[in-house]
Design a protein around this ligand. Structure first.
Ligand code: ADP
Ligand code: MG
Length: 140
């Protein structure tokens, strides 16, 4: 399996409840290295562009408001098969379906306020990392 990098976001419901450290511990216990990280407060327009792929979905406006409501922590996770591994550690989108021990099973509040984002493929990971970080900010 190849060494990969993926974009992760700790969402407002989690930063608000002071869960950044507990969520980062889940990544590190799974062997994912946090090679870049910053706390930022996104504007609704910045979120809208990031989630452009969901623009036609009924929850898009609510999702953009939520993601701009409080600070988020954006980060790059690195490891063997990091994209799929992170999706495993995150758990299913709806916390009701998330496997025990996953971040969403333990921390998510609803299908919308589900604590974390993770890239879903190599192409989206590269584009999402470039949206938030310059090459100089990635220190493996
Ligand atoms: P994932 O984050 O697991 O990749 P999606 O890409 O399908 O899930 O959706 C992006 C985000 O949109 C979800 O993480 C969640 O915050 C929100 N979302 C997805 N489905 C719903 C829904 N049915 N109602 C409200 N928000 C949703
Ligand atoms: Mg997704």
């Amino acid at each position: 399996m190849a060494l990969e990098r993926t974009l992760s976001i700790i969402k407002p419901d989690a930063t608000k409840r002071n869960l950044t450290g507990k969520i980062n511990a889940k990544f590190e216990e799974a062997g994912l290295r946090i090679v870049a990280q910053k706390r930022i407060h996104l504007t609704k327009a910045q979120v809208g562009k990031f989630y452009e792929v969901h623009a036609e979905r009924p929850f898009y406006d609510e999702l953009c408001d939520f993601m701009a409501s409080e600070p988020v922590v954006v980060q790059v996770l690195e490891g063997e098969g990091a994209i799929a591994k992170n999706r495993e550690v995150m758990g299913a989108t709806n916390p009701a379906d998330a496997a025990p021990g996953t971040i969403r099973a333990e921390f998510a509040q609803s299908v919308g306020e589900n604590s974390v984002h993770g890239s879903d493929a190599p192409e989206t990971a590269a584009a999402e990392i470039a949206y938030f970080f310059s090459g100089l900010e990635l220190v493996g």
